[in-house]
Design a protein around this ligand. Structure first.
Ligand code: CU
Length: 293
């Protein structure tokens, strides 16, 4: 009877664990949307099962030993304090487990650092407390903007119910095309921040005075949200990251609109310069006239 309830309990626990591992469960990682994120996700699940096996093994042996060999059953304790064989075994087995875990992890870390031949390059700069994006190379080159939190203060101060993307919404999304290798160059303007978008498998510190890089290729169009992941001051929790992945055509349109907007500003600047130059000429002429007079 007792063993039956233990088995039932173990079954329920395993089922709960398994369902929490399901893709889309709120207890699990977000659904991976890039090769690297998928790698990280798969390894996470495998490692979790290995941890579970170790947990069950170690605690199983421990509880079995404690219960079966207790004094009330009349068990007489053995009297020894050294066993080279056992010590060698409990050193070698964990070493092997670590090696088995480290091999795929190292492969993924190396792949994460391979930022060679990207389709486009974007620089993200961390500021207290927002992100700046500069499209340095590839489609969209020349685009540059800031990205700031848009969650209303009333929600933060509990005067209004919190929205669906509470503290994970910004005014300007970082927009990229689907299926293209995007190299992210990361730096910061003041203190250390970190650019972290879990669904895309990118997490990299942004350090003032240094350039770090990472990359991702988004598998599917969509909106992926992340946060600054390095404690950077009082508004650390208020500088989210929103990456919007678009189909190639929609991306081209976004670039065209964005660049047209930039050109307008440039044209305005040119007009202003012209006006200043004209005014200067007028002034010079007036000066000359007054000199002549
Ligand atoms: Cu930050």
């Amino acid at each position: 009877m007792r063993s039956k309830s233990v088995v039932t309990l173990a079954g329920v626990a395993a089922l709960a664990l398994y369902s929490s591992m399901a893709v889309g469960s709120k207890y699990n990682f977000p659904e991976p949307q890039s090769v690297i994120a998928q790698d990280i996700y798969d390894q996470h699940i495998v490692l979790l099962w290995i941890c579970l096996a170790i947990f069950v093994g170690v605690f199983g042996v421990m509880f079995y030993s404690v219960l079966k060999h207790r004094k009330s059953l009349g068990y007489k304790a053995a009297n020894f304090h050294h066993s080279t064989t056992v010590e060698v075994i409990w050193t070698i087995i964990p070493c092997l487990i670590l090696v088995v875990m480290a091999l795929p992890a190292t492969k993924t870390v190396i792949a994460m650092k391979d930022t060679s031949s990207p389709d486009m390059t974007i620089k993200a700069t961390g500021y207290q407390w927002m992100w700046g994006y500069d499209y340095l190379q590839g489609d969209g080159e020349g685009i540059s903007f800031y990205s700031k939190l848009t969650t209303p203060k009333a929600q933060i101060e509990n005067r209004e119910p919190k929205g669906e993307n509470y503290l994970l919404e910004v005014d300007n999304h970082m927009v990229v095309p689907v299926g293209k290798k995007v190299r992210m160059i990361l730096t910061a303007n003041d203190v250390i921040h970190a650019w972290w978008v879990p669904a895309l498998g990118v997490k990299q510190d942004a350090i003032p005075g240094f350039i770090r890089d990472s990359w991702f290729t988004a598998d599917k169009p969509g909106i992926y949200r992340g946060q600054c992941a390095e404690l950077c001051g009082k508004d650390h929790g208020f500088m989210p990251i929103v990456v919007e992945v678009l189909e190639e055509e929609a991306y081209a349109q976004w670039v065209a609109e964005k660049l047209a907007g930039t050109n307008e500003t440039v044209n305005l600047a040119a007009v202003t310069t012209e006006m200043v130059a004209e005014a200067d000429e007028d002034n010079a002429a007036a000066d000359k006239n007054s000199e002549n007079n």
